[in-house]
Ligand binder design. Sequence first.
Ligand code: ADP
Length: 354
Amino acid sequence: MTSQPALYIENLQKEYDNVTALDGITLTVPDGSFFGLLGPNGAGKTTFINTLVGLVKKSGGTAQIFGHDVDDDYQQARNAIGLAPQEFNVDRFFPIEEVLEHKAGYHGIPASEAETRAEDVLKQVGIYNKRDTRFDFLSGGMKRRFLLARALITDPDLLILDEPTAGVDVQLRRDLWNLVTDLNDQGKTILLTTHYIEEAERLCDKVAILDAGRVRTVASPAELKDRGTDRIIVTLRSQPVTLPALLSDDERVESIEQDGRRLTVTARKGGLVAPALVRELDLADLEIVDLEITRTSLEEVFVEMTRHDSSDDGDSDDTSLAGADDRDGPASPDDPESQSERQITPNSGARWLP
Ligand code: ADP
């Protein structure tokens, strides 16, 4: 743990020709946190991550990783990050253990240590017995595990996971959740982008909701849910002849509807409003036979916060949580995490910036 935040981002901007992908992002991610980045397609998540790892050059603002500027102290900033990207951009020519050793070499880890580390991370993610296999011959789930192993090979303080469980089965998703939770417990900061709201809710201490290149809000999943409206559904023993004024002074209440014996109260913080409702119904001699509270989901809050007018165009009005944007970002020729179909050049010098 260091005294610097894992991420210090101030007014970060990125313009692509005539598209503003990042429109002044300001964000601090404390060391040791499990931080989620949520946003509809086109919100700027990939651009943001690519800026942190040097695949995209920012147009303005500040981005520091544990105090290291992503431009001025590129190598230190980059060495602090392990990235498990969304796309399978892995060297296909070598067995996976060697790919890991090359990656370690690229980051200046001596060969003897690289070998031990490669073995350790393969064991950690549960694919050690596949160490002599080439990437293309791994199953989809193993490929995901491998991307995590590759992100871990440098023992980074900040682990960036871009849609780590996209398209994986339930069992693997849970395995990966356990694995990253353990890593976070051991002190690693995790930055997670995900389309699965349940994943963010389960794992993250805090989430930032990004939309159209801006941070809409930063809050814990629980705080976000408190901002949505809950429903309290009460079934009475018999239909009241006249319904008394209920909860008239409670500003958390948005509406009360009656349908025969059923009352539906829509309110923020439904769990706190319900006892007052019960007391008032009791005072009015209205007997309750059933009461149910339906909490707003994080997904509903998310959709509400990132809803766009139908006049919006482009891909940023897609608030669907399924199916990631499949447009690949630019690839760096010298960073093994950005490799596609080519050989790795360990310890090579220059980096590519678009
Ligand atoms: P997300 O990852 O949240 O889906 P992106 O960062 O991929 O969002 O995209 C943000 C915006 O920037 C989108 O409007 C997208 O079309 C645009 N964009 C991303 N990369 C490029 C690029 N290389 N050239 C031009 N526009 C781009």
